[in-house]
Design a binder for this molecule. Structure first.
Ligand SMILES: [Zn+2]
Length: 335
């Protein structure tokens, strides 16, 4: 089996995927036309050409502009179904989708519109593709904690449909400590908690996310490598890191994929997973992230299998749901 087929054959969970970040320019333009929304670009090609980022903020500015095309329940359904079709082709058996309600409610889109469309797609993906999924509500960290509390109030009637909360958007200057009370409340409500930390921000933000937000996974976390005591702790507590290699290169966290520290983190004993983050903007879905990273860092098939296993173990599913995926993974040869 060649490497590409092997990567796709690995049963895997995607744990770091912003559904708004899977909006391909083609769909963005189709929705903009359907909804009579003006975009800042003239064409699909001009949009793609603008995807030349220098840091996280330069990407976020574009990302929020593109999200303006999403208006109706059907738009969110179409968006998520397009993602699930790609995920299925890449061997994803389970996906935990991040969504950013504040990006939409700030534009006057009802919270229910977003959630209804995404949930309908999740149901359809299970029927059509056999992919299970969960929804994780992300708070935008450049906004205030009070804004986060207002969003949580809107989410409370729907908590049977929301599995956890996360923290995303501009990291620098917005440490996890800013959201300690909000995350405390979310934990009281029985929600799983994760947070982006240590992508552009310092290792201290990862420590804050663990100590103050009490997160169960760290999204990105690659800058943990700068703090040996933190690496030791992450290994000891087996805190999963949802690493997104192509995103890291596109946003200049690493200059090239060959310089990425994923293998170093894996060798240190960290529970590393591979994910796509915002695949429409960063040049590849999860399969491409696995493949390009495997080639650049010369990962063995045993290592790829371990990364896929980490993703299944780090997902918020029951043992009963996880068992058949692990059995399928174990049955896959390492050659
Ligand atoms: Zn992310």
């Amino acid at each position: 089996m060649d490497l590409e087929s092997y990567v796709r054959a690995l049963p895997k969970a995607e744990l770091h995927l912003h559904i708004e970040g899977s909006l391909e320019p083609e769909l963005m333009f189709a929705l903009a036309q359907r909804n009579h929304v003006a975009l800042p670009w003239r064409s699909v090609e001009a949009t793609r050409a603008a995807y030349d980022f220098s840091n996280l903020q330069s990407f976020l500015d574009l990302y929020y502009a593109g999200a303006a095309a999403l208006i109706h329940e059907q738009d969110f359904y179409d968006l998520a179904m397009a993602y699930f079709a790609r995920a299925r082709a890449d061997g994803v058996v389970h996906a935990e989708l991040f969504f950013d309600p504040q990006t939409h409610t700030a534009r006057g889109i009802a919270f229910d519109t977003v959630l209804d469309g995404l949930e309908r797609a999740c149901d359809e993906a299970r029927v059509q593709y056999g992919i299970s999924s969960r929804l994780i509500l992300c708070f935008l960290r450049h906004l205030s904690e009070d804004d986060g509390f207002a969003t949580l109030d809107q989410a409370v009637p729907h908590l049977n449909r929301i599995h956890g909360v996360g923290l995303d958007s501009s990291e620098n200057g917005h440490p996890p400590s800013k959201f300690a009370r909000l995350f405390g409340r979310c934990r009281e409500l029985g929600l799983h908690v994760v947070a982006h930390a240590g992508e552009e921000g310092p290792p201290a933000y990862i420590v804050e996310a663990l100590d103050l937000l009490k997160v169960e996974r760290i999204d990105h976390g690659v800058r943990a490598a700068e703090d040996p005591a933190l690496v030791e702790r992450l290994v000891r507590e087996q805190i999963p890191l949802t690493v997104c290699p192509l995103s890291n290169v596109k946003l200049c966290v690493f200059r090239t994929l060959g310089e990425h520290n994923l293998k170093q983190l894996l060798d240190a004993g960290l529970k590393v997973t591979i994910n796509s983050d915002d695949p429409a903007y960063f040049g590849g879905y999860i399969g491409q992230n696995f493949l390009a990273t495997a080639e650049a860092l010369k990962l063995s098939r045993a290592e790829l299998k371990r990364i896929a296993r980490n993703s299944l173990e780090a997902s918020f599913v029951t043992e009963v749901e996880r068992a058949p995926w692990l059995a399928r993974l174990d049955a896959l040869p390492e050659n």
